[in-house]
Design a protein around this ligand. Structure first.
Ligand code: NAD
Ligand code: DAU
Length: 331
């Protein structure tokens, strides 16, 4: 089996390549990645010798056509992914997330190749802190940011291509991932690397926003489960019951690194900041039998903190520029 992995040099995509080599050793992997600021070829590590890494844009129709034609399955991770960046400049988000997904859809349609589209719980908007509800596959779409709006648009394109053109495709919407190789612009790596550098972690607003954390390996195991056992046209929500306030996450990072747990700073809030995400993953668990292996967020977080402490060569080149960008926003 030959799979095309878009965005395979990014955080989740690179971990997906490692997961695939460990659990599906017979699968041949081709990565298509534009190698934007968010990518790092070194995240592929030893896999670099065994996977083909094609440097290119998912919106390049001719290139995408050639790569899709030779694949049995496409795993579509490539995207612009950071909400704060989408508020500063939405344009690359529309290009990659909407136009890029369109280009892939046309190619899988021409060549009859199955697609798994990787998406986010942010398409559903947010929940109140005191609302007992969680997102399900039936929750109406209500995205808040340019990032989540373009991801919502891409999901709807996939659904339309299944219904109107009969392509074979599955969709997953996952909650917040953590683990190795995540860019230092994102919340958990930013705060771990701040504390390592003696900088106070920065919490937006009152720090009480809630995210539903899942380890990246559990996300990737679920993606394989859905691609292998899921029904075409169906959406599956992926989550590991990992709701935490941002303040609790930062306090846990501070504690683990030997600092007082309230040594954080409250900074300017993100405009349109979603209050809470929470996933009900009963459909995935009940129909396809998936279960997370990192049931305990604190042990997964501890392992992630250790990874950033031990792999400073990987993140240091990005750190100063990332913090300079945040400083301009007073964040
Ligand atoms: P990331 O930003 O770390 O990586 C994205 C990758 O896509 C990078 O390697 C980048 O170079 C590549 N890319 C960007 N534009 C491209 C283009 N035009 N052509 C080819 N490649 C391009 O992102 P991530 O956090 O690994 O997210 C991967 C996917 O998972 C995204 O679709 C995202 O929406 C989804 N997702 C992420 C999370 C999360 O918590 N990070 C949660 C749910 C879903
Ligand atoms: O829910 C899935 C989504 O999770 C993915 O689709 C996105 O690609 C991914 O970036 C993530 O989006 P968030 O906006 O939730 O993640 P981020 O890491 O940017 O922020 C997590 C929370 O922490 C959010 O409430 C904002 C807050 N935050 C973030 C940063 C960077 C802070 O308080 N301080 C910070 O410095």
């Amino acid at each position: 089996m030959r799979v095309l992995v878009t965005g395979g040099a990014g955080f989740i995509g690179a971990n997906f390549v490692h997961w695939t080599r460990a659990h599906r050793p017979d699968v041949e992997v081709v990565v298509l990645d534009a190698l934007t600021y968010a990518a790092d070829g070194s995240s592929l590590g030893s896999a670099r010798d065994e996977v083909e890494l094609v440097h290119g844009d998912i919106a390049d129709n001719a290139l995408v056509d050639r790569l899709v034609k030779d694949a049995d399955q496409v795993f579509h991770f490539a995207a612009e992914t950071h909400n704060d960046n989408s508020l500063a400049d939405p344009s690359p988000f529309v290009h990659t997330n909407v136009v890029g997904t369109f280009s892939l859809l046309e190619a899988v349609r021409r060549h009859g190749v199955r697609l798994h589209h990787v998406s986010t719980d942010e398409v559903y908007g947010d929940l109140e802190l005191d609302d007992p509800a969680r997102f399900t596959e039936a929750t109406p779409y209500n995205p808040s940011s340019p990032y989540s709006a373009t991801k919502a648009g891409s999901d709807l394109l996939v659904r339309a291509w299944v219904r109107s053109f009969g392509i074979s495709a599955t969709i997953s919407n996952c909650s917040n991932n953590y683990g190795p190789y995540q860019h230092v612009e994102k919340f958990i790596p930013r705060q771990i690397t701040n504390v390592i550098d003696g900088i106070a972690p920065k919490l937006y607003g009152d720090g009480l926003n809630v995210r539903d954390w899942i380890h990246v390996d559990d996300h990737n195991a679920a993606v394989w489960t859905i691609a292998e056992k899921g029904r075409s046209g169906e959406t599956y929500l992926i989550g590991a019951d990992g709701e935490q306030t941002n303040r609790d996450v930062v306090s846990a990072v501070l504690r683990e690194l030997g600092q007082p747990e309230d040594a954080y700073e409250l900074v300017r809030d993100r405009p349109g900041h979603d209050r809470r995400y929470a996933i009900d993953s009963s459909k995935l668990r009940g129909e396809l039998g998936w279960r997370p292996t990192y049931a305990d967020f604190s042990s997964g977080l501890r392992a992630t903190i250790a990874w950033y402490r031990d792999n400073q060569d990987w993140w240091r080149p990005q750190k100063a520029a990332t913090e300079a960008k945040y400083a301009q926003l007073n964040q």
